[in-house]
Design a protein around this ligand. Structure first.
Ligand code: ARG
Length: 711
C-alpha cells in the first residue's frame, strides 16, 4: 500500500498573510472545525493508503500543509527551502522525519526557494514520467535545475502568474493515465503550451474559475480515487469517464490559509518505472546567469525594472545582494541571479536588461559576474554543443569547476570548452563543436569563466601618427629588420617558425627567397593551399607561374597549359616527394621542404585544379593538420593569403607572434585586429618583402633564381 504523510492541525490557524487567501482571515479559522475536517480527510486516506504522521511543531500554524515539507521520489527526499520566513523552521522537522523514516535526504542547496510537493508534482505518464514543477510565485526556477540534476529526471517548468494559485498543486492535477486537470489562467502562455504538448486535447480537463477557486485542483490522487474539497458536476462527469472515483470532503477551514486536500498530504511512494534508465535523463535546459548592477539603482528605478524584465519574460530573478550607497551621490550595488527555462529565453532577457537597464542614467551592468562554478551542459548529440556553449577566444582562459579554477588547454578561437573529469582531477580544453561526442561536458553561459584579455594599450600622453602596427606608410625596411632579428633568435634557440603562404608569393617572384628560408632552417612548417604548390612546381618545371614568365614578367605562348601539365606530372609521380625523388622537381619551395624534411600541409578549396596528390580535399582533415603543425609555434609568418591566414589566426592562441604581409591593408588589419599586441602587419608586395627578408637574414647575396621560361 502506498504511503501518505500528514501532520495534525494541532497548532493550525491563520496567524499571518503569505498568500492572498489569508488576507482578512487572521484569527478566522476554527481550530475545532479544522480538526474535524482533517480527521475526515485522514479517514478517507486510511482506506486507500498507509498514513504516516509527523509531529506538528508548536508555533508553526502552517505545518499541517505537509506537501510543502519536501518532495519524495524513489526513496529519496528533497527537503523544502521556504521562500517565506514564517515557514522556514518546519524544514528541520521534515528533514529529521525523512531521515528517521529511512529516506536518503538529497539537498539542493538553500539559495533558491523550493516549496516541496506544493511546487513539484510527479506525473507518472505511461509514455514518459516527468516532474512538473512550478515557479513564479513561491519556488524559484533555479531549484528546478537542481531537482533535475540531483534526481536525474526530466523536469517541466511551469510558470504561475496568478498569485491566488501560488503553488502548482493549487491549479494542476497530473493523473496516472496521462491526463491532467488544470486551470489554464493560472499559467503563462508558454506553460499552457507546454501542458498542451504533454497531454493531447482528449487527455486535458480545463476547469473554470468556479472549480479552481473552490480548490478542485488541489486534489489527492490515490490509484483511481481523486479526493478534493470540491468538484463541479462537469468535472466529476469527465473524471468518471476516465474511471476515476471522486471523493469530496470539505476543507473550508484550511482554505482560509490557502490550502486544501493536496496541501495537507505528502506522497511518499512515488517511483520511476522499473525500466527507466536515469542515465538517459535529459540535461536540464534551465540556465542562470549572475548580473551585477552599479548606479543609482533605486532613484533611477532600474532595480525594479530589471526584476520586472526577467519576470515578465517568463524567467525568474532573485536579488542576491544589495548594497545601498551611504550618501545620495554614491552608487548602489546589486547582484541578481537571472534564470530562464532555456538558454534562448535567458539570452533574450539578458539582452533586454542590457538595453533597458544598462543604458539608464549611469547604471553599469555586467553579466557573468559569478564567483560560482561555470555552468556545465551536456552535448546533446555527436558533433553538437549545447545551445549556449561558451565560445572560446584566443586569450588564456580559466574555468571554475568544483570550486577550483582550471586552465583551458589548446586555447584557440571559436571552440567549445570541454571539461573532463578523471577521478578527482578535472581538466579543460578547447574542442571544436564538431569533435564533441554526445554527453560530453561543455562549459555553458558566461559565468565561472575568466579570460585574460590583453590589457588596454599603455596610455601615452603624446599623440602619435601611424602608431598602428599595420600602417602602410611605415618603412618596410625597419619592419623587416625587426622580423629578421626575431627569426634569427628563434632559429638559434630551436624555436618554431610556421609560414602560411599564398600563391602570390610565387607570382611576385618571392618563391626563390622563401625556398631559401626553408633551406636555411628558418621554416619549421609550411601551410598553404593547392595553388601555392602548383605555381611553385610550375616555376620549377617551366619557369612560369600561371603561364607568366617570372624573369620577363610576360605571358609565354601556351603558358596557360603549364600549371595543368605540372599537376598532371606530379599526379603521375604520386606525390610531390615522389616528384623530387624522380628528379624532375629540383628547385623551389616544395623541393626545399622535401629535401629539408619540413612538413607541409596543403588545404584544398572549391577552386582547386587537379588537385595535387598532396592536397587535402577533406577540409576537416586539413584543419586538423594545420592545427597539428601550428602547435607550439613561436612565430607565424603569414604571406599574402587571406584565406589561410585567417584560418590560422583562428587556431592560434594569443601569445604567439604573428606577422602578416599583404598588399591589401584590409587583410593585415583584420589579423592585427585580433586585438593581440603580438601581431604585426606589413603592407607591401610580398615578393619584395621576401627578397628583403632573405637579404636581411644575413646571406647578403641574391639567392639563385629559378630557371628561365622554357618555351
Ligand atoms: N498558508 C500556507 C502557505 O501559504 C498554505 C500552504 C498550502 N500548501 C500547498 N501545497 N499549496 O504556505
Amino acid at each position: 500500500m502506498t504511503r501518505v504523510l500528514v501532520c495534525a492541525p494541532t497548532h493550525f490557524g491563520v496567524e499571518y498573510v503569505i498568500n492572498p487567501w489569508m488576507t482578512g482571515n487572521i484569527g478566522a479559522a476554527s481550530a475545532h472545525r479544522a480538526r474535524q475536517q482533517w480527521d475526515a480527510l485522514v479517514a478517507i486516506l486510511g482506506d486507500l493508503a498507509e498514513v504516516a504522521w509527523i509531529e506538528p511543531g508548536p508555533g508553526l500554524p502552517d505545518m499541517c500543509f505537509a506537501a510543502n515539507g519536501g518532495f519524495a521520489l524513489d526513496g529519496r527526499f528533497v527537503p523544502a527551502t521556504f521562500s517565506v520566513s514564517q515557514r522556514a523552521p518546519e524544514v528541520a522537522r521534515y528533514r529529521e522525519w525523512a531521515e528517521a523514516a529511512g529516506f536518503e535526504v538529497v539537498d539542493i542547496g538553500d539559495e533558491a526557494a523550493f516549496e516541496g510537493e506544493g511546487d513539484a508534482l510527479w506525473w507518472p505518464r505511461p509514455s514518459e514520467p516527468v516532474l512538473c514543477a512550478g515557479y513564479g510565485v513561491r519556488s524559484d526556477l533555479e531549484c528546478h535545475r537542481a531537482l533535475a540534476e540531483r534526481l536525474r529526471v526530466a523536469v517541466v517548468s511551469l510558470r504561475l502568474v496568478d498569485r491566488r494559485f501560488y503553488h502548482l498543486d493549487t491549479c494542476f492535477v497530473p493523473l496516472p493515465n496521462g491526463g491532467v486537470v488544470y486551470y489554464p489562467p493560472a499559467f503563462d502562455q508558454r506553460s499552457r503550451r507546454l501542458v498542451q504538448s504533454l497531454a493531447p486535447k482528449e487527455l486535458r480537463i480545463e476547469v473554470g474559475a468556479e472549480d479552481a477557486e473552490a480548490f478542485a485542483c488541489n486534489a489527492i490522487v490515490l490509484g483511481n480515487t481523486v479526493i478534493a474539497n470540491h468538484a463541479s458536476t462537469e468535472l466529476r462527469r469527465r473524471l468518471a469517464a476516465w474511471e476515476y472515483d471522486v471523493v469530496i470532503t470539505p476543507l473550508t477551514e484550511f482554505m482560509k490559509a490557502g490550502g486544501a486536500a493536496k496541501c495537507l498530504t505528502l506522497l511518499l511512494d512515488q517511483h520511476l518505472p522499473p525500466d527507466f534508465d536515469q542515465r538517459d535523463a535529459p540535461p536540464s535546459p534551465i540556465r542562470s546567469e549572475r548580473v551585477a548592477l552599479e548606479g543609482h539603482l533605486l532613484d533611477d528605478g532600474v532595480l525594479a525594472r530589471g526584476i520586472d524584465i526577467g519576470d515578465s519574460a517568463g524567467g525568474s530573478v532573485r536579488l542576491e545582494r544589495f548594497h545601498a550607497g551611504a550618501r545620495r551621490d554614491q552608487p548602489s550595488h546589486a547582484r541578481l541571479s537571472v534564470s530562464a527555462p532555456d538558454a534562448g529565453l535567458l539570452g533574450k532577457i539578458l539582452d533586454r536588461m542590457r538595453a533597458e537597464v544598462g543604458g539608464v542614467g549611469r547604471t553599469t551592468l555586467r553579466v557573468g559576474v559569478a564567483r560560482d562554478d561555470a555552468t556545465l551542459g551536456a552535448a546533446p548529440r555527436d558533433g553538437v554543443a549545447p545551445e549556449d556553449f561558451c565560445c572560446s577566444t584566443i586569450y588564456p582562459t580559466d574555468v571554475r569547476v568544483d570550486g577550483r579554477w582550471v586552465r583551458v588547454a589548446n586555447q584557440r578561437m571559436d571552440a567549445a570548452i570541454l571539461v573532463e573529469r578523471r577521478g578527482d582531477s578535472v581538466s579543460a580544453r578547447c574542442a571544436l563543436p564538431r569533435d564533441l561526442r554526445r554527453g560530453d561536458t561543455v562549459v555553458c553561459g558566461e559565468g565561472g569563466v575568466r579570460t585574460q584579455a590583453p590589457g588596454a594599450r599603455p596610455a601615452t600622453d603624446e599623440f602619435a601618427f601611424m602608431s598602428s602596427s599595420a600602417s602602410s606608410e611605415r618603412r618596410v625596411e625597419g619592419q623587416v629588420e625587426e622580423l629578421a632579428l626575431e627569426m634569427r633568435r628563434a632559429r638559434a634557440r630551436h624555436g618554431r617558425i610556421v609560414v602560411v603562404a599564398g600563391p602570390v608569393v610565387v607570382h611576385t617572384g618571392g618563391g626563390p627567397h622563401l625556398a631559401r628560408l626553408v633551406r636555411d632552417g628558418y621554416v619549421q612548417a609550411l601551410l598553404g593551399g593547392n595553388a601555392l604548390a602548383v605555381h611553385d612546381l610550375e616555376t620549377c618545371l617551366y619557369g612560369t607561374s600561371l603561364g607568366v614568365d617570372l624573369q620577363r614578367g610576360a605571358g609565354v605562348r601556351g603558358g596557360h597549359r603549364h600549371h595543368l601539365r605540372t599537376i598532371n606530372r606530379v599526379r603521375a609521380a604520386g606525390s610531390i616527394a615522389a616528384a623530387v625523388e624522380a628528379g624532375f622537381v629540383d628547385t623551389g619551395i616544395m623541393y626545399e621542404c622535401v629535401r629539408a624534411n619540413v612538413p607541409f600541409s596543403l588545404a584544398g578549396s572549391i577552386r582547386d585544379d587537379g588537385p595535387l596528390p598532396d592536397t587535402e580535399m577533406d577540409l576537416l582533415k586539413a584543419q586538423a593538420d594545420y592545427a597539428r603543425l601550428l602547435a607550439g609555434a613561436d612565430l607565424v609568418l603569414m604571406l599574402s593569403t587571406m584565406l589561410h591566414a585567417i584560418g590560422v589566426g583562428n587556431m592560434t592562441p594569443a601569445g604567439v607572434r604573428l606577422a602578416c604581409v599583404d598588399i591589401n591593408p584590409a587583410v593585415v588589419t583584420k589579423l592585427a585586429d585580433r586585438g593581440s599586441v603580438e601581431s604585426t602587419g606589413i603592407v607591401t608586395d610580398v615578393g619584395l618583402f621576401l627578397k628583403l627578408l632573405a637579404m636581411r637574414l644575413g646571406e647578403g647575396a641574391e639567392p639563385a633564381a629559378g630557371r628561365t621560361a622554357a618555351n
